[in-house]
Design a protein around this ligand. Structure first.
Ligand code: PEP
Ligand code: MN
Length: 365
């Protein structure tokens, strides 16, 4: 794909200076007290640049907390004014944008569940025509780079030139330690296609749990991303949404203090070298392979239990021969060597038999 032409205002004039831009605050604005006390603690250390807070929450299942609605815009803005921070929230339709503009919200972002829908993005774009406000666009929930770029183009086309992207990971059927698979190759590709577009990372929604946030945040900075959006709550255990992934403001400071932030002024301002990018993709693919193996072995265990319950033998030669034939055919089609795939399949097969034998012996080796 060739480079994407966008009309972008230089990020150093509105988003970052030499340091990554840190956007933090609760997943959801819950009450005036909650957002104000979180904001006060965040502002105390001077490390946060923008206060975030969700007002309308796109929940996957009904009957979970769907946000306080427009009333929360006032609470968010008042908290921001009280501590001297610009405020940001997520918009998903034209009414949300209008309410935000009326309440002096300083920055808008489009959430992952909205980026997937060009109708919604266009509707948002239309009310932003001629408005001067920064807009950040999260990646769509599915790993479709064109959908992400399309949303950025729609918002840019109505004159929004303070524009950026947020990488928040992608939904995946595979079992993994992440809530949303990072698939770093997508933001890398976006950065290559739109080198001037500010690109931030949201480690909270990638990680889904507190303990993984640090590592994801560091990786994002290693890739020279321009900022981080990290959820914080004055009392995460009591949070009405995303309780598992919210940090206290103090934990955020600890996390930021332990990040290695490259000084963009002295380091190479070019995006990380081609070799490094390729290595990051390899890291990602290896992790995916391991997760796939884990999913496969979990199924093998279920098959073992089924065979045990129905008194069927573990090894069934015809099935194994059929697997070999079919997999070698697939491998040949994508240009993988017969010898390599045969050896790999044999190893996988041995491990599968070991797991099933363990099930048969009631967990004994
Ligand atoms: C959020 O930032 O709280 C949110 C809902 O994010 P996402 O669109 O990434 O799921
Ligand atoms: Mn959230």
């Amino acid at each position: 794909m060739s480079k994407i032409a966008l009309n972008i205002l230089d990020k150093t004039t509105w988003l970052t200076k030499n340091q990554p831009c840190i956007i933090s605050g609760p997943c959801s604005v819950e009450s005036p007290e909650q957002v104000l006390s979180t904001a006060q603690l965040l502002a105390e250390n001077g490390k946060v640049n923008v206060l975030r807070g969700g007002i309308w929450k796109p929940r996957t299942r009904p009957n979970s907390f769907e946000g306080v609605g427009s009333i929360g815009l006032k609470w968010l803005k008042e908290a921001g004014v009280a501590v001297g921070l610009p405020v940001a929230t997520e918009v998903a339709n034209a009414q949300h944008v209008e309410a935000c503009l009326k309440n002096g919200i300083d920055l808008l972002w489009i959430g992952a569940r909205t980026t997937v829908n060009p109708f919604s993005v266009q509707e948002i774009a239309e009310v932003l025509r001629g408005v001067d406000i920064p807009v950040l666009i999260k990646n769509p929930i599915n790993p479709d780079l064109n959908l992400w770029i399309g949303a950025i183009e729609r918002i840019n086309a109505v004159g929004i030139n303070k524009i950026g992207a947020i990488h928040r990971g992608f939904s995946s059927f595979d079992k993994s330690s992440y809530r949303n698979a990072p698939m770093w190759e997508l933001p890398i590709e976006l950065k290559m296609l739109c080198p001037d577009l500010p690109l931030l990372c949201d480690p909270s929604h990638i990680a889904g749990s507190k303990d993984l946030i640090q590592q994801v945040a560091q990786k994002a900075l290693d890739m020279e991303m321009d900022g981080l959006m990290i959820e914080t709550h004055v009392n995460p255990a009591e949070a009405k949404s995303d309780a598992d992934q919210q940090l206290t403001p103090k934990q955020l400071v600890d996390l930021l203090n332990h990040l290695t932030i490259r000084d963009k002024l002295v380091s190479d301002t070019e995006f990380i070298s081609h070799l490094e990018q390729l290595r990051l993709i390899i890291d990602e693919l290896d992790e995916e392979l391991i997760n796939k193996f884990a999913s496969r072995m979990a199924i093998i265990e279920k098959i073992g239990t089924y065979k045990k319950d129905h008194n069927i033998t573990i090894l069934q030669i015809e099935r194994w021969e059929q697997i070999l034939k079919n997999r070698l055919f697939i491998a040949q089609k994508v240009g993988l060597s017969n010898d390599f795939i045969r050896k790999m399949l044999e190893l996988i097969h041995q491990e599968s038999i070991r797991i099933q034998a363990k099930v048969m012996n009631n967990g004994e080796k």
